[in-house]
Design a protein. Sequence first.
Length: 262
Amino acid sequence: GVWSAVLGYLLLDVMEWRTFILVTSLPLFIPPIIMLHCYLQERSDDPETQEERDEIMPIPNDTEIIVPNYAARVIKIGMFGATCTFSGLMTILLVPSLIQMFKIREVGPNSDCSATVTHGTEFLLLGLVTSATVLGRMFIHFARKKMSFRKRQVLVALIKVGCFVLMALEENLVVAVATNFVIRLLFGVSVMDCGYILYDESYFGTAGFALGCSISVAAGKMGSLSGLALVAFAPPFYAMISAAVVSAMQIPVVFSMTEVHT
């Protein structure tokens, strides 16, 4: 998100939109894959080398872990991920929609469409908002030591509800950017919390670990898709109120997740 917004600020005035889409779609992960493929050492038959490698990568424990209420655990973490991504990723389209709405009100609905298009420094605002996710991901490492999961995520949900309500009531660009920044920061916190649970064998158990992770990740994707579709096809006011309601729904979901002890 930050990468695309900064490129939009720098390049959209000097290149056509087709070229811009091509640049932002460059698969930057390909060179690291090639480097790993070329420089990975093959398995050595030397006993000392193999012993050192086993110390670094110990043989996993094959003990099977079975957890009670498996289906309920999967449903709860799926609902938690869906509510988080619904409100967190919708800001990608919500910020440009709000900027466009403010412009239309300023210049009038019958003005030239070029006056209402998001461009220039407004892409930097979108990049600023999107970058807050990184801060949230870093903040969670300190917050986990000070506050339990349920207390932390209930507080996150309450702040998000307040941000969306404030955004709907105060139709101002500064308020919109500030509240979306906070929402994205909290999204980073929730995503990290969700990740810690998804990759915890003690939550899903070893037998249903892969299936539980797959269903939960799919639920999160559906939440993000729903949030983005709402912003794309509904007025911003309805999107903000809906996001506030979904964020409030996150509170009982978090309270029900008694299996999480972090």
